[in-house]
Design a binder for this molecule. Structure first.
Ligand code: GAP
Length: 447
């Protein structure tokens, strides 16, 4: 387990404007969070890396952005209305509800096995041994479409972004004239009425996913599955900058797999509360397209020109939560060290992900000539990098600490020497080393 404590991450996230409890002034709402000014930048940078790698840099993966609310028949055909469940126990004394598998500390969701494991277990809330038998609980969030609130107008907020990618399979194939193998990628919100949202943004009720469905010929499924497993692992290390030592594999056994999956491998990350799921690769077989073909009456078979055969494509899915990756990134980057005998907190973020790329400081804010020069440097860097912060408050040491805490890779200070020789001090976040750089060479140096 990493040494970083969850409370340190939560505190930094709040203090520096990364993540706030949603509707905090009303006491919040369990399982819902808001991303603040720096958080939205970090999350956008994470999404940009994923979108660029998966969609933009690829020749045969197409992006979509589908509606959160779809025809409810989609979720009946996908098996979610009947099978998107978690095991639950109630406490008869205090009324608290608990995820039965979490309470039993098992990956199994088999009700009989859970009943056995929980036989003598006390409620963790009130301590009484009054838990009910485990039962299943559907996590779909419901709403009504239109003015009448009855059974006929019930609709669901999507529990995963995957569903509408299957119902758009034929649209994308046709409009893009795509041949197998090809993929559809999407980033968007999903909603799950989790029984016990917990661990900050790890398990929430409103989440954002980055998902990709790759449609393949049935005999390619195993090989492609391995490719997407490798993709996820490499992406986390090379594009997100997560340390390999914080990652591990976890293969789902039969009891643990989602109702649509024939195989599933998760990448686990060493979160402060233990090794937990970060990213799933699933073999969804022809489950989704077959069910949608049956339920909609539409022909979703693919005609393979090479073999002259028709078949329903198989699907390999790559699925990861934005918030979970955000938490993994913060945990991985969070470092406490000492500089000149003083403790500092530093986020060693990959520069591509850092919400602020460069901070610009005039040495003194009451010297107009310094401020004027610093503004010029600030404006020109802002044009180039966008995410540039101005700070003229407090001594330079304090300003460095503030930028370290939010992971800004470089700080540029404009001092009296700047006025003489047009050079500035560039300070590196990780080494804390400073060097003098000519203003004319600054952009190139920072790039
Ligand atoms: N389409 C497949 C799917 O949704 P999943 O394993 O249920 O599979 C995929 O979810 C990923 O979405 C997870 O690996 C995790 O990163 C993220 N995720 C799932 N439930 C979440 C929740 N309640 N809160 C935050 N992230 C969640």
């Amino acid at each position: 387990m990493t040494q970083t404590k969850l409370e340190d991450i939560v505190s930094l996230a709040k203090r520096r404007g990364f993540v706030f409890q949603s509707s905090e002034i009303y006491g919040g709402l369990a399982g819902f969070y808001d991303y603040g000014p720096l958080g939205v930048e970090l999350a956008n940078n994470i999404k940009k890396e994923w979108w660029n790698t998966v969609v933009k840099e690829s020749e045969n993966i197409y992006g979509v952005d589908s509606a959160i609310i779809q025809n409810p028949k989609l979720w009946e055909a996908s098996g979610h209305v009947a099978g998107f469940t978690d095991p639950l126990v109630d406490c008869k004394s205090c009324g608290m509800r608990h995820r039965a598998d979490h309470l039993a500390k098992t990956d199994s969701t088999d009700l009989k096995e859970l009943a056995k494991l929980l036989k003598d277990k006390a409620c963790p809330h009130c301590g009484k041994k009054t838990l009910t038998e485990p039962r299943t609980y559907n996590m779909m969030m419901k709403t009504w479409v239109g003015p009448v609130e009855d059974e006929s107008s019930v609709a669901y907020l999507r529990p995963e972004t995957a569903g509408p990618m299957f119902t758009n399979y034929e649209n994308v194939r046709e409009t893009m004239r795509a041949k197998l193998p090809f993929g559809i990628g999407q980033i968007g919100k999903a909603f799950r009425n989790e029984i016990s949202p917990r661990d900050f943004i790890f398990r929430v009720r409103e989440l954002e996913q980055m998902e990709m469905q790759y449609f393949v010929k049935p005999d390619e499924q195993k090989e492609v599955y391995e490719q997407w497993r490798k993709f996820a692992w490499d992406f986390l290390i090379k594009r997100v900058g997560i340390k390999e030592t914080n990652l591990s594999w976890h293969e789902h056994d039969k009891d643990e797999r989602a109702h649509y999956a024939a195989a599933a491998h998760d990448i686990y990350f060493k979160f402060p509360f233990g090794d937990k799921e970060l990213w799933g690769t699933h073999n969804r077989t022809d489950f989704d397209l077959s069910n949608h073909a049956k339920a909609s009456g539409k022909d979703l078979e693919y005609f393979d020109e090479e073999s002259g055969k028709k078949f329903i494509p198989y699907v390999i899915e790559s699925s990861v939560g934005v918030g979970r990756m955000f938490l993994a990134v913060l945990t991985d980057a969070y470092t406490e060290d000492e500089v000149e005998g003083e403790k500092r907190i530093v986020l060693k973020l990959k520069p591509e992900l850092a919400p602020v790329k460069v901070a610009v400081f005039p040495l003194l804010k009451n010297k107009p000539e310094l401020v004027k020069k610093a503004r010029e440097v600030y404006e020109s860097l802002k044009k180039e990098f966008g995410a540039v912060m101005w700070d003229d408050n407090g001594n330079i040491g304090k300003r460095y600490r503030r930028q370290d805490e939010i992971g800004t890779p470089y700080c540029v200070t404009i001092d009296f020497d700047t006025l003489d020789n047009d050079t500035v001090t560039v300070r590196n976040r990780d080494t804390t080393k400073q060097e003098r750089v000519k203003i004319s060479e600054l952009q190139e140096k920072l790039s």
